[in-house]
Design a protein around this ligand. Sequence first.
Ligand code: NAP
Ligand code: ZN
Ligand code: ZN
Length: 346
Amino acid sequence: MIQAKGYAAQNPESDPAPWSFERREVGPHDVQIEILYCGVCHSDLHQIRNEWFPGIFPMVPGHEIVGRIVRSGSHAKKFKDGELAGVGCLVDSCRTCDNCKGGLEQYCLNGSVGTYNGKGKDGLPTYGGYSNNIVVHEDFALHISEKLSLPAVAPLLCAGITTYSPLRYWKVGKGHQLAVVGLGGLGHMGVKFGVAFGAEVTVLSTSASKEADAKALGAHKFVVTRDAAQLAAVKGSFDFILDTVSAKHDLGLYLSLLKTNGVHICVGAPPEPHQVPAFALMGGRKSVAGSGIGGLPETQEMLDFCAEHQIVSEIELINIKDISPSYERMLKGDVRYRFVIALATL
Ligand code: NAP
Ligand code: ZN
Ligand code: ZN
């Protein structure tokens, strides 16, 4: 076994704290990555607090992982030692179902394996990126460009692909009015991709203080959703709404902002089920849809797109000791716009 150290939550009542554990030996098709940076996703917080489902503890969160290859198994040919590599939300899937064959491993019909809070095919728990190393099948490791700032690339592995994938699926681009709800980790990447794809982007935010940042990210308009007059001014005006909100919110209110045939895309994952008023859908043939992370081919496509267009996340680099105050700030919507852990501080 390979010795690893990281930060784990021991139970749903405690935040991650130092913990030593073991990873599997590097198998023939595996690579071992020395982790340099790991983004802090709101999903980390949902999961260590058991907000979605009972988790597997101790839990080492983190699925926005970048680092360098230190070892490859005898049959692993994808990387050379010393090369950059990334790992996102998935470390395995069945590889045989229609979705896996179609590059939609995130929708594996037999259940994909999460980077943490999951169980591998060996039946052992998976541990994520708040740690110094990871062993993963080479198919689930991604190539990372040397051209971009490495800590700012980490959030692309979840926040990036989770917003890129639906915008590509619904072909959002020139001529479209796109609203992004919630300017946090996912939201700010949604703005960057929406702008890069040619859409007219409006940020719908509860935080008036984020307007200048939204504009600097490329957003054309900014609406404070707590201001009824500002909301009324954008009623019926969007083709698509990309909803990244992490807490309970009123979908009916946002549906009224869609044009006829508009689509409200849920990527935020609040613990409580949404209530969708039928009349809000019927009056204008509107849809509520959802999208989950992205498959391996599309994640690589997104990373290559970002390298070509110089797109990275806006980050605050943190010492791993400061994970708890960072969670507190994330809960208050006070992230500008993704915390990234420097694993050198472990
Ligand atoms: P985040 O950085 O905390 O951003 C969420 C933003 O939502 C906040 O910054 C805030 O923006 C807004 N917000 C928070 N509470 C709100 C409320 N009560 N009403 C309205 N707006 C509120 O979180 P994140 O990492 O981007 O993740 C967002 C959500 O996506 C989480 O639920 C996460 O689990 C989920 N997620 C889903 C996928 C997927 O595959 N679909 C992947 C990753 C994450 P403003 O200050 O601008 O209002
Ligand atoms: Zn995530
Ligand atoms: Zn599958």
